[in-house]
Ligand binder design. Structure first.
Ligand code: BGC
Length: 920
């Protein structure tokens, strides 16, 4: 059949584009279809995987030829070819037939396999000889004596012939930066990333063919501290996650033009030394003395007289695994919006945006000039840099100038959370300029949102920025103070918003491994992952597990990734861990009420009034814990069905019913009111289906009365917040949701926006006109949780919603809830199946709505329209619009089923208050 506009794009393997060095033996392949033809569907595919591009071009799949498979499936197709082995190169493409037998073939994509067994590692682990510090007075000068001095390693070698293919495998206990012949091998930073080091350590694989030459070559590495040995979390000590000993392994494998192999690996023939970085630590910052550089150290021919042999050390006992998520990189550049002179040789610069990352400095000054950069999120009342809320994070970088030509520098192994920079210099002739570098996991954007209210747009953007600033290797709580931990509660509360903003599939899949690695032997999921480790100076941390709403992330993450990305493998992989958690909840709480804590209980963390969460035995804490338990069981039951575990589905359904019954006995009064009258109590009871059907209307009334009693302000903490507007909307009170959204006085979402916030604050009362800054002991201006309103903007304002029965947006719902006086809203959201769009506009009673349903998907579309009216599509009555199938009316919506395509609906609609009709 002649080709149409059908094409195939976005070929991915295990969610990643052309990944190098994976260790998944049965990787899953995905693609998306592009076409403007209405109703386009894939009817069959054929995947071809070859060991070389030429073979694929000739039409062969020597590794796998799936043959023609009659299916609409375009995501998570499991590789089913020859068993994969270390170093395999897999070049692939997919052929697709659509519903009118159009045939198209995709461009080629690829993945390569990493080192799948320990025996593949022939290089030795090396550490710096501590003698390098003693031999080097510069490194030990009193002002510089700090732990955390990165070491340099180098090795030269002669390549007898040009390289046909060169691959380097690198890992470290610590962080490495590797250079070959003077060039960095990639833009990735902070490698290898954070894991539970007792269980697994990442290695990274890079194709470095283009960096090598026949003849002399040089490998040069800098080894810093990072999560392994630096300060992380509260700064009692270093080495909390690993040890104080950093070490490195580099294995370069070269295939020469004549087919022979040439390998170079770390061993005692490598040389080590100190260098210009005198200190580099996540919390403390970096001190760099450019006068101490070794010019040419990363090129062949460098004199090694003052370098010592590296020491071979034992390899780690933990497994070496390929990193399966997107690397950390500099992702954005932000220029200062203002510069003020605030003292002799002191400038204060404002980036206009609270970011996570570092400053790139451009400076011209005499040799030895010391430029000090201090970082902060806010300014104090007197206009100076406010740093109290950083607690013990020093967040100070120092650059000592080389002198001569203009110098450019940026730090290597530190990052800060900041909007303002105080730059001071020891020499008044200094000419300095700065640029902000935003550093985070390189996740691609998924969605965008905009509407007619500038404050709401900024609110959404603030949520996006907080995600940009905190999704750094793991979803951390904040980027600025001495914490930056993978708090599980924060992550689960924000997760749906996170999925709308960015493609977090690979990132969260990796982190779920950390969550399981941190599970206690009894089955208790952690409050932070990687788990905060005990140590000689930090005991009593056993409690950092099991918190209601935090530990339950162990269920919520796989659930959400399955729902959003259609990924059922994540359920299978973590099934045993999830079951162990449910079992241990049951063992500890035989009566169906989760009153026996298995660790902490933070309650509805940071709710208002502020002290509620801290009361030791508050009934709210037990209510909240019991609600999460019931919800865990309900999710488990549904997930069990998905992976074909029918018996367990029944078993968990029974657990849900039992816990729900206990919840009702304990907390639900005869009239439907709850024993605990907080917004979050009602939100959880409604969201998690814990009430008898007859009690739901009364609960909604009570929730609204609670909000009204607070003069239409929110009072929930982290736990309730993500449910607030969705629950109100799903229960017919979108009007109240909008009222909350649009409040600008304290406490509200727009209050920080009105006061210049560029990220989401940790707490409602982080700063108020009345009291100024909240206590700095816990007051971050960059925390995602309260930004979980983003989910509602996509799901209910723009109306892009999951179908409760079909995961992965293969079939979905489009149902906007215009309100709050907004005259327009628009969202685009890239799913595994392509981009969904929803853009509505109101002008008087005229409602115009443009939507896109991606190829190979379908949607149930709810068009807001007055009951007596009939909407049109592209000017035609709905029933005569090709492909649309009318499904009657549902309240103020006219409902239809739509296959793939772009549509323009027009309707008459006057009401601002559409009661939701739950999808049937
Ligand atoms: C973190 C939170 C976290 C909490 C646990 C805080 O210090 O910043 O975001 O969830 O502790 O209660």
């Amino acid at each position: 059949m002649a080709s149409t506009d059908l094409s195939i794009s976005d070929l991915r393997c295990e969610y990643l584009t052309d990944p190098v060095g994976i260790d998944e033996r049965n990787p899953r392949l995905s693609w998306t279809l592009e076409s403007d033809r209405r109703g386009v569907r894939q009817t069959a595919y054929r995947v071809l995987v070859a060991s070389a591009p030429a073979l694929l071009e000739q039409g062969g799949g020597d590794l796998w030829d799936s043959g023609r498979v009659e299916t609409e499936q375009t995501a998570h197709v499991v590789y089913g070819g020859r068993p994969l082995v270390s170093r395999d190169v897999c070049v692939w493409r997919v052929e697709v037939w659509d519903d009118i037998e159009t045939f198209v073939s995709s461009p080629a994509a690829r993945w390569t396999m990493g080192l799948l067994s320990r025996a593949d590692w022939t290089a030795r682990w090396v550490a710096a000889d501590p003698e390098i510090n003693r031999r080097d007075p510069g490194a030990c000068a009193p002002t510089w004596t700090e732990p955390g001095t990165p070491a340099l390693f180098r090795r030269e070698f002669e390549l007898p012939a040009p390289a046909r293919r060169a691959t380097v495998y690198v890992s470290a206990r610590g962080l490495f930066e590797l250079r070959i012949n003077g060039r960095r091998i990639s833009d990735d930073v902070f490698s290898p990333e954070w894991t539970d080091y007792e269980k697994r350590i990442h290695y990274r694989t890079y194709d470095v063919t283009a960096l090598l030459t026949a003849g002399a070559n040089a490998l040069a590495a800098t080894l810093g501290d990072g999560w392994w040995s630096g300060y992380v979390g509260w700064q009692e000590t270093r080495g909390r996650y690993g040890s104080l000993e950093n070490s490195l392994v580099v294995q370069l494998e070269v295939e020469l033009a004549d087919g022979t192999r040439f390998d170079v690996g770390t061993d005692s023939s490598w040389r080590c030394n100190t260098g210009p970085i005198l200190l580099s630590d996540f919390m403390r910052g970096e001190v760099y003395d450019a006068r101490r550089e070794h010019p040419g150290w990363d090129l062949p021919g460098h004199a090694e007289a003052r370098w010592l042999p590296a020491l071979e050390v034992a390899p780690p006992a933990a497994s070496l695994v390929a990193q399966r998520s997107d690397p950390v990189r500099v992702m954005e550049i932000v220029e200062p919006v203002s510069t003020a002179v605030i003292g002799p040789r002191v400038l204060l610069l404002d980036l206009g945006q609270n970011i996570s990352g570092w400053i790139r400095l451009s400076v011209s000054a005499p040799a030895g000039t010391r430029v000090t950069l201090r970082h902060g999120e806010r300014l104090a009342a007197d206009g100076t840099l406010y740093t109290e809320n950083l607690r013990r994070a020093k967040a100070t970088d120092v650059y000592v100038c080389r002198g001569g030509a203009r110098e450019t520098w940026e730090p290597r192994f530190t990052f800060h959370g900041f909007q303002y920079v105080e730059l001071s210099t020891s020499d008044s002739s200094t000419d300095a300029a700065i640029t902000g570098c935003v550093v985070r996991s390189a996740l691609s954007p998924a969605g965008s949102f905009t509407c007619s209210h500038p404050g709401v747009n900024r609110l959404w953007l603030n949520g996006l920025w907080s995600q940009r600033d905190t999704f750094l290797s793991v979803p951390t709580d904040c980027p600025q103070r001495d914490e930056r931990l993978g708090w599980t509660g924060d992550a689960q509360v924000f997760l749906r918003t996170a999925t709308y903003n960015m493609d977090v599939a690979a990132f969260m899949t990796k982190w779920m491994v950390d969550v399981e690695d941190a599970q206690t032997p009894d089955g208790v999921f952690p409050d932070t992952a990687p788990r905060l480790r005990e140590g000689p100076n930090f005991t009593g941390l056993d409690g950092l597990a099991g918190a209601a709403g935090w530990a339950d992330a162990g269920i919520i993450i796989p659930w959400t990734l399955w729902r959003v990305y259609g990924d059922s493998r994540i359920i299978e992989r973590h099934w045993a861990a999830m079951t162990a958690w449910l079992d241990c909840l049951e063992r500890a709480n035989p009566d169906g009420l989760r009153v026996n804590g298995l660790g902490n209980n933070y309650g509805d963390w940071l709710c208002l009034p502020p002290d509620t969460a801290f009361r030791a035995h508050s009934p709210m804490k037990f209510l909240l814990a019991t609600a999460y338990w019931a919800d865990d069981a309900a999710k488990m039951s549904r997930m069990a069905v998905e992976i074909g575990r029918r018996d367990e589905a029944r078993r968990f359904k029974a657990v849900f019913e039992r816990v729900r019954a206990a919840f009702q006995r304990e907390y639900v009064r005869a009239d439907g009111e709850l024993a605990v009258d907080t917004q979050t109590a009602y939100l959880l009871a409604l969201a998690m289906d814990l009430l008898p059907a007859t009690a739901r209307p009364r609960a909604v009334e009570r929730l609204v009365a609670n909000i009204a009693a607070l003069d239409w302000h929110p009072s929930t903490g982290f736990v309730g917040i993500s449910h607030l507007n969705p629950v109100l909307t799903q229960n017919g009170r979108a009007d109240v949701a909008y009222r909350l959204l649009l409040r600008e006085d304290y406490p509200s979402w727009l209050y920080p926006v009105r006061h210049g916030a560029t990220t989401i604050w940790e707490r409602w009362n982080g700063w108020t006109e009345k009291d100024g800054f909240f206590n700095p002991s816990m007051n971050s201006f960059n925390h995602c949780s309260l930004g979980s309103i983003g989910e509602w903007l996509f799901r209910h304002v723009a109306g892009i919603e999951l179908d409760p029965d079909v995961p992965g947006f293969r079939r979905f719902i489009l149902q906007p809830h215009p309100g709050g006086g907004l005259s327009s809203a628009a969202a685009a959201y890239r799913t595994m199946n392509g981009e969904i769009r929803s853009e509505w506009r109101r002008s008087g009673a005229e409602f115009t709505w443009r939507v896109t349903v991606p190829p190979n998907t379908s949607a149930r579309i709810f068009i807001p329209s007055d009951p007596s009216t009939v909407p049109t599509e592209s000017g035609h009555p709905l029933h005569s619009s090709p492909g649309l199938r009318s499904a009657g009316r549902s309240g103020c919506y006219c409902v239809c089923h739509a296959p793939a395509g772009s549509y323009v609906f027009e309707s008459l609609w006057r009401s601002d208050d559409i009661p939701l009709v739950p999808p049937s």
